[in-house]
Write a protein that binds this ligand. Structure first.
Ligand code: NAD
Length: 344
């Protein structure tokens, strides 16, 4: 099988090359993102491999199908960039639903520790031989309350980590995990009681801007907010207002609403035009990183292994475990997992 691998970065090649050799697959690495102009580069390939910011719309899918491409391999869990209706019955779409929830939860905790104890600022100071600690004070996490929004794979590991710090942890999830001993509360109570809030729910029409002017207003003064999930969970303009009003004590963001144009790229020679992103990064108590919470050796290994295994299943005409289509998105009406059949 031949794979056209779009938006390729040097770190992608490490594990994909290792495992592709085992599977006997050939990978053509392409630095550009997949989009209408770059689709012809997939000529001669059985599959394309794409990431979170590639364009997989109807025009691209139709062109890929005309080139004989049989699979779109998402090397990520999220799939909001794919037009599933366009792909249905033309090209199988497969993803990596889970790779390392530890990677993301551990990173969320790292962001919390940095924002609270200002290690990111201390690093810049001591690099410049400035050993002054004015303004770098934080607070003990021990004995404080953390609110976790979304208690899936990552949220539950975050709960364990924060419990280890001696925090009281409360959580909100419309589908509470049974028999876990998690202290579930309403979302309003979570906003009101938490000293630290960490978001671990998916982005959907229900969760878009779950952190907004109203919810920020309900939060404790000087709350620390951590978002490693999806940028769209937070209304950026409202967050900026809350930071300016000194309502929020600290923010750690690994994701940002309009990240597509910037994250994963070196834009250090450009004039940034995204005023909100620049404003966010201007605050001393806001730490922004470039969607790297997943980025561990173990996660990269698992992503490469699962992506190639997904293609192997198609090659062998087997049940496509990680296939997804527009019918699967609406879990209530799709029973393909139970019947172990493919989307088409
Ligand atoms: P998961 O599916 O295991 O858990 C998500 C949880 O959110 C579920 O328990 C679900 O019931 C809950 N949920 C759904 N709607 C909700 C709502 N309205 N309010 C509160 N909770 C709600 O997912 P996961 O593996 O734990 O991943 C969580 C999120 O982390 C993903 O959706 C993804 O956006 C993000 N993520 C980020 C990175 C990164 O590198 N920054 C990497 C992987 C995943």
């Amino acid at each position: 099988m031949r794979i056209a691998f779009f938006d390729a970065k040097p770190y992608d090649k490490v594990w994909f090359d290792t495992y592709a050799a085992e599977y006997g697959y050939t990978i053509k690495y392409i630095e550009s993102k997949l989009g209408p102009e770059t689709t012809p580069l997939a000529k001669g390939s059985d599959a394309v491999c794409v990431f979170v910011n590639d364009t997989v719309n109807r025009a691209v899918i139709d062109d890929l199908a005309a080139l004989g491409v049989r699979a779109i391999l998402l090397r990520c869990a999220g799939f909001n960039n794919v037009d599933f209706e366009a792909a249905f019955r033309k090209i199988h779409v497969m993803r990596v639903p889970a790779y390392s929830p530890y990677a993301v939860a551990e990173y969320a905790s790292a962001l919390l520790l940095s924002v609270n104890r200002k290690t990111h600022r201390a690093y810049s100071r001591t690099r410049d031989y400035n050993f002054n600690i004015n303004g770098l004070s934080g607070f003990d996490l021990h004995g404080k309350t953390a609110g976790i929004v979304g208690t899936g794979k990552i949220g539950r590991i975050m709960i364990d980590i924060l419990t280890g710090y001696g925090m009281e942890v409360i959580a909100y999830d419309p589908f509470p995990a049974p028999n876990t001993g998690i202290a579930y509360v309403s979302l309003d109570e979570l906003w009101a009681r938490s000293d630290v809030i960490s978001l671990h729910c998916p982005l959907s029409s229900e969760t878009k801007h779950i952190v907004n002017a109203t919810s920020l207003d309900r939060m404790k003064d000087e709350v620390i907010l951590i978002n490693t999930s999806r940028g769209g969970l937070v209304d950026t303009a409202a967050l900026i207002d809350a930071v300016k009003a000194r309502k929020v004590g600290g923010v750690g963001l690994d994701v940002y609403e309009e990240e597509d144009a910037y994250f994963f790229e070196d834009r250090s020679n450009d004039i940034l035009e995204d005023e909100a992103l620049v404003r966010l990064m201007s605050f001393p108590n806001v730490l922004v990183t470039s969607h790297q919470a997943f980025f561990t050796r173990e996660a990269m290994q698992a992503i490469a292994r699962t992506t190639l295994e997904n293609l192997k299943r198609l090659e062998n005409d087997e049940y496509l475990l990680n296939e997804i289509c527009y019918q699967c998105e609406d879990k209530g009406s799709c029973d393909r997992e139970k019947r172990r059949v493919n989307c088409f």
